[in-house]
Design a protein around this ligand. Structure first.
Ligand code: HEM
Ligand code: MG
Length: 338
């Protein structure tokens, strides 16, 4: 059994470059290839930055998002491990970017799920940009109605009909209000509270081609559809210039949030009845540490009594997750021992 992986290195060159190049052609899905709720990872798989099967190791994901989109190493490592520890296979290091599959190797005993990124409520959550709430429809397939709503926000509020910070914030807010109104199980607490705002910034920061040194953060709707629906880079796509890491995402999330600062963490107790969670810091405290403890406890709930290599792998992967916090003010916890 292979042990858990160490983190891969950060890439050195974070300049802009053509990433839709001859070495990374888009290819349609083969039977069995898996795509899921993340248009970033879907696109990387369909261009061969990730294995085209849609099954990958955390190290491969961290390298691919840097290479293909210039996501910063710190953000990439934290997000990937926050997802991997609850959705991936600790013994094989494999994770599906979509549905559960035997391609990730033998399962650990229940209640471990090893369900891939489609798994609802582990990392994936409600009020997504172009995917439905789990309780209302598919939480991983592209949804034309939601893309139309995004397009309408772009037309009404975006600069020249684009997805920009204003129209993206409108759509983010609308998606939350819609879930509040219609989803009896709507859950909007960390980590989903943070990832919902993060995913709103990602198209602005990483789906805009830098072909003409464009740092405008305005995404036209054809290019948006190319990523969200077709997991495809637009022709001649250049990745952004400079990485999009923790500092950059923090700044942009704050800007998006402050356009509609009325949503606090909570969950519905029946459609239309949103109840706040007083323990969840949201953006008013140390959400990163809170997310670390929550994902760690969630992992423990999936692996209540692991033995042998599985316990060792869990220890190692949780240690790596802690490292991805960078220079945290939170204390490390060792639910599987040290
Ligand atoms: C959504 C995982 C990197 C763009 C998601 C979701 C997951 C996920 C599980 C679904 C969340 C939800 O809406 O419920 C990851 C992981 C990454 C990663 C593990 C590793 C670092 C990226 C990158 C980009 C990106 C690099 C852009 C270049 C998005 C967007 C959404 C999303 C725009 C919203 C999808 C929608 O609802 O339309 N991601 N992601 N992600 N991700 Fe990623
Ligand atoms: Mg979702």
């Amino acid at each position: 059994t292979p042990g858990a992986q160490p983190l891969p290195p950060a890439i050195n060159d974070t300049s802009s470059k053509l990433v839709y190049d001859d070495a990374h052609p888009w290819e349609p899905l083969r039977p069995g290839d898996i795509r899921g709720p993340c248009p970033g990872l879907n696109t990387l798989a369909s261009h061969g930055y990730l294995d085209r099967s849609g099954v990958a190791t955390p190290g491969e994901i961290i390298t691919a998002v840097q290479e293909g989109f210039n996501m910063g190493f710190d953000l990439a490592a934290f997000v990937t491990y926050a997802a991997f520890i609850v959705d991936g296979n600790h013994l094989t290091n494999l994770m599906s970017i979509g549905q559960k599959t035997p391609e990730t190797g033998p399962d650990a005993p229940a209640p471990a799920t090893i369900g891939g990124l489609n798994t609802h409520g582990a990392f994936e959550g409600d009020a997504s940009t172009t995917r439905d709430d789990f309780a209302l429809g598919s939480n991983f397939l592209f949804n034309e109605t939601l893309f139309d709503q995004l397009s309408q926000a772009a037309i009404d509020f975006g600069s020249n009909g684009t997805l920009d910070i204003n129209s993206a914030a409108v759509h983010r807010h609308n998606r939350i209000l819609d879930s509040m109104a219609r989803n009896p199980n709507f859950t909007f607490v960390i980590p989903r509270y943070l990832t919902a705002y993060a995913e709103t910034t990602f198209p602005l920061a990483m789906f805009v081609s830098n072909q003409t040194s464009d740092s405008s953060m305005t995404l036209n709707l054809d290019d948006a559809r190319s990523f969200f629906q077709n997991h495809k880079y637009p022709d001649n796509f250049f990745r952004r210039n400079g990485s999009y890491g923790n500092d950059e995402v923090g700044t942009l999330i704050t800007e998006v949030f402050e356009l509609f600062p009325d949503i606090l963490p909570g969950n519905n107790e029946g459609a239309g009845n949103y109840v706040l969670d007083p323990n969840d810091p949201g953006f008013n405290g140390d959400g990163t540490c809170y997310a670390y403890y929550k994902q760690t406890n969630f992992t423990l709930s999936l692996y209540p009594d692991p033995t042998d290599e599985l316990r060792t792998a869990l220890q190692q992967n949780l240690a790596t997750f802690y490292i991805t916090l960078g220079d945290p003010t939170c204390e490390e916890v060792f639910p599987f021992g040290q």
